[in-house]
Every structure is written in C-alpha cells, then in structure tokens.
Design a protein around this ligand. Structure first.
Ligand code: AMP
Length: 280
C-alpha cells in the first residue's frame, strides 16, 4: 500500500486514474481504524479497480467544545490494517494542505442537516460536506463507501451528490458491532469499564424498538418512549436525542411509512455515542 501525504499528489493521481478509465473506490475515515471501517474498505476493494482510504481528522467538522485535540490516532496501526484488507492507497493529508491560508468556502445541505446530530452539532455537517466534496474532487472515485452507523451523514452525502451532480455512487454499509452489540466506534476507547457496560443499553433499546415495530406498533411516540425508558435504566446515560426520522429526508415522523430510522445519541461521562436502526 502506498501512502500519499500531499493534496497535489492526490489530485495528480486522481486525474491519471480518470484518464486511464480506472474504477476507483474511496473510503473516507478519520482513522483509528476498527472492523467497521474495514468492512467499508473490504467492500470497496471487492468492487473497484483500486481503493483509496483517506484518514483525516477534519478540524472544520468539530465544534469548539468537541474532542478534536484528543481524537484517537494510530497511523502505523491504521496503515497495517488498511493494507491487510487490500487498500491500495492511504491518503493522509495535513490540515494546512487541505485548508490553506485564505480558505473560505462553506456548504449547507438544507433539510437533512437540521435534525438529530445536525441540530446538536452546529456546523458539523457543513464541515463534513466541504471535506467530502474536496475528497471527491481529488480522488474522482466511481464509488464512495459510508457506514450506516452515521445514518444521517449517509443521508446528507446522498443529498449532496444528488444536488450538485457529483458523479460518484454512494454505497451504504451496515453497522458493525462488538460481540455484545455495542456499535464499533473509534470513540469507544474513551469509555471506562462502567460506561462500557452501561452503553449496551443503546443497542438493546434499538432492538426493543425493532421488536415493537415488527409486532405492528406504528405510533412513533410510543416506540420512542420505550427506547428512552430503556436507555434511562443506565444511571450514567444522558440522552441527547431519541428520534424517529424518514430514512431519506431525516425529518421526524409520527407514523412510520416506508423506511424510517430510529436514531439515538447518548452521553456517558462526556463520551457521546450514536447508534440507529432502520425500520421498514
Ligand atoms: P469515522 O472514522 O468515524 O469518520 O468513520 C468513517 C466511516 O466509517 C464512516 O462512513 C462511518 O459511518 C463508518 N463507520 C464507523 N463505524 C462503523 C461501524 N461500526 N459500522 C459500519 N461503519 C462504520
């Protein structure tokens, strides 16, 4: 696997691959890779002529009180893991190279960014959309891979490429979980033993929602109340949101029709975890 550190070099390779008509897969990440990221990478490797995995802790998608400075990093480990699943190139740019002096563009994908994480993390999706647009322009991928773990991000990027006619296919990959059900996340390393144990209520509550839905329950407020009550059995859980939204528009629904997403964000001693389940 080859390591690319410079934006100019990435752009030159992207142009070359396009000229050669190669089908390129892109897997955008913030690093500290786990099996969730690797599921995306494996799928990309299987579906493309070559795969680029980017590792970039994008400063402009973090709020001032968020964990940018302490976000976990392990470049050597990441390169070994990505190489082992067949990734061809790791693109690991510096923030100063991505956002040089004078950078001034912001982006707002209205509608899908107004609920859930978009409501509680102001500016987050603006930063996500800017960095992804830059990555799409640099790498020129035919396919880009995103996890259902960040269900709203997946909806936002689908809307972004549709609205702007960006010629990339967006593939969504199911959530990869630990054996006990906790969704894999780079941020799980922040959890102490007590929080780690109590964090199991997230997936348990989503399974409860799925069971209610499968049994025919269609009152969103009733399903959300059951989810909330289960999460509240964990003394350390501080709920940020429990919401049921349309899977495409991310707008809250009262009675689920078509595909909906039941999504939760919960803090455990300051560590913010998100999880979701698709229903219907
Ligand atoms: P991140 O490094 O957290 O920005 O994640 C990079 C990509 O990996 C995003 O598309 C995430 O949705 C995806 N991802 C993270 N965790 C998981 C997981 N447990 N299962 C599936 N995809 C994941």
């Amino acid at each position: 696997m080859e390591l690319i550190r410079s934006v100019a070099e990435m752009a030159a390779l992207g142009r070359k691959w396009r000229a050669e008509n190669l089908r390129v897969g892109l897997v955008p990440t913030m690093g500290y890779l786990h099996e969730g990221h690797l599921a995306l990478a494996q799928r990309a490797v299987g579906e493309n002529d070559l795969t680029v995995l980017s590792i970039f802790v994008n400063p402009i998608q973090f709020g001032p009180s968020e964990d940018l400075a302490v976000y976990p990093r392990d470049l050597d480990g990441d390169l070994a893991k990505a190489g082992a699943v067949g990734v061809n190139y790791a693109f690991v740019p510096e923030a100063e190279d991505m956002y040089p002096q004078g950078f001034g563009t912001s982006m707002d994908v209205a509608g899908v960014t107004e609920t859930l994480c978009g409501a509680s993390r102001k500016g987050h999706f603006q930063g996500v959309c800017v960095v992804l647009t830059k990555l799409f322009n640099l790498v020129q991928p035919a396919n880009a891979y995103f996890g259902q773990k960040d269900g709203q991000q997946l909806a936002v990027v689908r809307k972004l490429v549709k609205d702007l006619n960006i010629p990339v296919h967006i593939a969504g990959v199911p959530i990869v979980r630990e054996a006990d059900g906790l969704a894999k996340s780079s941020r799980n390393v922040y959890l102490d033993a007590e929080c780690r144990e109590q964090a199991l209520v997230l997936n348990q509550s989503l399974q409860l929602a799925k069971r209610l839905f499968d049994e025919g329950e269609r009152d969103a407020s009733l399903i959300k109340a059951a989810v909330q009550a289960h999460i509240e059995t964990a003394p350390l859980a501080q709920i940020e949101y429990v919401e049921m939204v349309d899977a495409v528009t991310m707008q809250p629904v009262r009675r689920p029709e078509g595909q909906v997403m039941l999504a939760v964000a919960v803090r455990f001693k300051g560590t913010r975890l998100i999880d979701n389940v698709l229903l219907g």
